[in-house]
Design a protein around this ligand. Structure first.
Ligand SMILES: NC(=O)c1ccc[n+]([C@@H]2O[C@H](COP(=O)([O-])OP(=O)(O)OC[C@H]3O[C@@H](n4cnc5c(N)ncnc54)[C@H](OP(=O)(O)O)[C@@H]3O)[C@@H](O)[C@H]2O)c1
Length: 441
């Protein structure tokens, strides 16, 4: 048996503690699979006295993760602290400067500094692996970077945030409002007290930015992603989607288009028959469409200590075996600048829900506004509400009625312009609801 691979783990929270347990439980099997034992030699966290249920006998404790990163007693630095700056960033920088291999689950750090860190790792001749950062326990990085090396990827998309998928699933299955489902997610610990990062789509955007870079060979550009959250999705939309053969999911989508790479995060109508429509609750899924393999869908736990530790361990195992692949699947210097295709050029079908005054000519005027911009309607359905009765001697008030439109493929610009003129015409009340339809080959 070869000499052990000595690893240091900074951060002993949900993921770090699970990783230590995994190494303890599967140490013998890991040694066989990697050709050498994996030995935990150093750890760091904030509170040394916290009972973490871990056996850390013989493991050196560091209060300062930067000092741990520089300790020549270990060969691999595993960063499980989190955050785009502070201790996580400082310790990863120190480890690379010391010529150590680095493994991290930190999407925030990579979305911000991934390319620069990949360049530093490359210059130092070490690995910088991040399987756990994009989809927790789902091995999508290895799949894109290695298993699909012989393909040109055309689209990568997925459900990358368990909190949002949990909320949308409950809204659909129990006919509840967004606010009720968010409160339930918070009670169950699926959503943070401040859920903004998840429900506004930013977490999905960070993960998508990493997938895009590997899938399309471009620099990471999280700031360019069009991002829309799920707070505006109503039970009326979910019910209409159901009747029309769709389900609503928060998707992160990156696709190759004539004008560049389109990256977007938003609620999408997905056909019920698609694999992605059947992903319920906190489960995540990532799908890839590529020229030789066709379509591939991976589904599983996108978060949770054990599932995430499983991905971290796969990165460590690669280092133990000497399997070194460039961080983003190719030399960092060969990554192309990200050429953004803006959301306005997006092409696809749209679901639109309007609150329309029930008066002669309103329907025709709406259809005409769509036709003016060459938008073809696949269906237009009025979901008539029961009329209110008028007080004696009064006319029945004209009440707005929900109208659902489904369009054939058009551009986002045409859709937005048509809705703007429909609003100005005065036939509708409030803002139109618009949800993009995502079709799969
Ligand atoms: N949790 C998941 O399901 C999941 C899934 C995918 C990716 N990730 C990523 O994995 C990373 C870790 O997440 P987590 O959920 O395990 O976080 P966590 O439970 O909050 O744990 C963070 C750990 O970092 C330690 N820490 C914080 N500041 C430190 C400092 N200045 N010096 C040394 N240690 C410090 C904490 O120490 P104390 O314990 O002493 O406070 C704690 O042990 C993050 O990048 C996250 O995005 C997590």
């Amino acid at each position: 048996m070869n000499a052990p691979l000595r690893i240091a783990v900074a951060g002993l929270g949900t993921v770090g503690a699970a990783l230590c347990r995994l190494i303890e439980r599967h140490g013998n099997e890991l040694a066989l699979r990697c050709g050498r034992p994996v030995a935990l030699t150093g750890v760091s966290a904030r509170d040394r006295r916290k009972d973490r249920g871990l056996n850390l006998a013989g493991v050196t404790w560091y209060d300062d993760p930067v000092a741990l990163a520089g300790d020549p007693g270990n060969q691999v630095f595993v960063e499980l602290i989190g955050g785009a700056a502070g201790a996580a960033a400082a310790s990863v920088a120190a480890a690379l400067a010391a010529g150590k291999h680095v493994v991290t689950a930190n999407k925030a750090l990579l979305a911000k500094d991934g390319v620069a860190l990949a360049q530093r790792a490359e210059a130092a001749g070490v690995s910088l692996n991040f399987e756990a950062a994009a989809a927790g326990g789902i091995p999508i990085i290895k799949t894109l970077r290695e298993a699909l090396a012989g393909n040109t990827v055309n689209r990568v998309y997925g459900i990358l945030n368990g909190t949002c998928n949990y909320i949308l699933t409950r809204m659909e299955q129990e006919h509840l409002s967004f606010a009720e489902c968010l409160a339930a997610a918070q009670r169950l610990g699926y959503a943070e007290a401040d859920p903004t990062f998840d429900i506004e789509g930013y977490d999905t955007a960070h993960k998508l930015a990493l997938l895009t870079a590997i899938a399309f060979g471009t620099e990471i550009d999280a700031g360019s992603i069009y991002t829309e959250g799920i707070a505006g999705v109503t039970p009326a939309d979910i019910e209409a989607a159901d009747e029309l053969g769709y389900r609503i999911k928060l998707l992160g989508v990156a696709s190759r288009t004539d004008s560049g790479i389109e990256q977007r995060v938003h609620p999408a109508m997905v056909p019920k028959s698609s694999a992605i429509a059947r992903i319920d609750g906190v489960t995540n899924a990532v799908a890839v469409e590529a020229d030789f393999v066709g379509q591939l869908v991976l589904a599983g736990a996108g978060a949770g200590g054990d599932a995430t530790a499983s991905s971290v361990m796969s990165d460590i195992a690669d280092i133990a075996r000497g399997n070194r692949v460039g961080t983003l699947g190719r030399p960092a210097s060969s990554l192309e600048p990200y050429r953004k295709a803006g959301i306005r050029t997006h092409e696809g079908g749209y679901y639109v829900r309007l609150s329309v005054f029930d008066r002669p000519g309103a329907f025709a005027a709406i259809a005409q506004r769509m036709a003016d911009r060459a938008i073809s309607l696949e269906s237009i359905v009025q979901r008539r509400r029961a009329p209110r009765s008028a007080a004696p001697g009064h006319l029945v008030p004209v009440e707005p009625q929900p109208v659902i439109l489904i369009t054939y493929a058009t551009t986002e610009t045409a859709m937005r312009e048509a809705l703007e003129t429909i609003k100005l015409d005065g036939h509708i009340v409030g803002e139109p609801q618009m949800i993009r339809i995502e079709e799969f080959g």
